[in-house]
Design a protein around this ligand. Structure first.
Ligand code: GRG
Length: 300
């Protein structure tokens, strides 16, 4: 049965952390349903990598963007789940020994540590098509589904996430410039956040201008998020972060180019730019403003 378009429940008075938690639970339930039962090694590894962890920030941004328009609530949660499948794939592959070589992820052994290296590659390989299949199965019109599928394909391909990873691995020019780092972070972090807010607007059949403004908010949010992530890794404490700090000292990060105080200042400016993109949306954009507030509060 096709259900009618409707506004998502207003959440402007709910604190960010409560909204994020509630949404994360809904997305987790859908992910649990989308993922195949754990009857094979591959499916166990897929469920291990996707479920029970992650802040679900991209889901939140998609939801908060869709919240500005008339949408099918179940499509928003399912669309957000599709983004989380991509997020999980990118982390599983990034953790591999031939990439960032990380033994832990989301507070537990990384996928290849728990299930083996070849299975971890195949987990990523299987999560990507599952994400596209999920978008293709939404109740939205074929046009909307096509736009989402096209947008995600562009976002995660050789002009998006994969290009960022190639730069990070040092295959695409010198890594020792701030310019290179900004582009790498735009591709690794920014474009998926940008697509998250754009996807909410696509679902809501927003105008091109609205889609552009929300994508721009997401890109700027991603830039600020990465700056603050680098600041926290260099200057934060494990007690506050809930994960070990100082893991990136050997790498090029924003702290390789900017002092902590300058980096914090830049992050605030970038987040202010992100907030400016929300001015056409008035009060209803409060959940998106709350996300900025939350990320900035970590360096206050
Ligand atoms: C194409 C293999 C491949 C990778 C693409 C996304 C990416 C590049 C790598 C992931 C590793 C990484 C640290 C990327 C920077 C973006 C970032 C800070 C990701 C972590 O996002 P959070 O903090 O993670 O939202 P959770 O666990 O909450 O989902």
């Amino acid at each position: 049965m096709v259900q009618s378009q409707q506004s998502l429940p207003p959440l402007k008075n709910k604190p960010f952390s409560a909204s994020l938690k509630a949404l994360a639970q809904e997305v987790e339930t859908v992910l649990d349903d989308i993922l195949p039962p754990p009857s094979t090694h591959l499916h166990k590894a897929m469920r291990y990598s996707v479920l029970g962890g992650g802040k679900r920030l991209r889901s939140y941004l998609m939801w908060a963007s869709a919240h500005l328009f008339e949408v099918l609530p179940q499509d928003v949660i399912k669309g957000a789940a599709a983004l989380e499948l991509i997020q999980a794939y990118s982390l599983v592959h990034d953790d591999l020994p031939c990439m960032d070589n990380a033994d832990t992820r989301r507070g537990k052994p990384s996928c290849h540590k728990a299930f083996g290296e070849a299975p971890a590659i195949l987990v990523g390989d299987a999560l990507i098509p599952l994400s596209f299949h999920t978008l293709a199965s939404l109740e939205a019109s074929p046009q909307v589904r096509l736009e989402l599928i096209k947008g995600l394909g562009h976002t995660i391909g050789s002009l998006g996430l994969v290009a960022g990873q190639m730069m990070d691995l040092g295959y695409e020019g010198p890594r020792s410039t701030l310019e290179n780092l900004l582009e790498q972070q735009r591709l690794k972090t920014g474009v998926l956040f940008g697509f998250s807010t754009e996807a909410g607007a696509i679902l809501g059949q927003a105008s091109r201008e609205e889609q552009k403004a929300l994508r721009s908010y997401g890109l700027l949010f991603g830039k600020g998020f990465q700056m603050i992530d680098d600041w926290l890794d260099g200057c934060g404490s494990e007690a506050v972060m809930g994960k070990p700090c100082g893991q990136d000292v050997e790498k090029f990060t924003f702290l390789s180019f900017l002092s902590p105080s300058l980096l914090a200042e830049q992050a605030r400016l970038v987040m202010e730019e992100a907030l400016e993109e929300l001015s056409p949306f008035g009060e209803k954009a409060q959940p998106l403003r709350n996300a900025v507030q939350y990320v900035l509060s970590q360096i206050e």
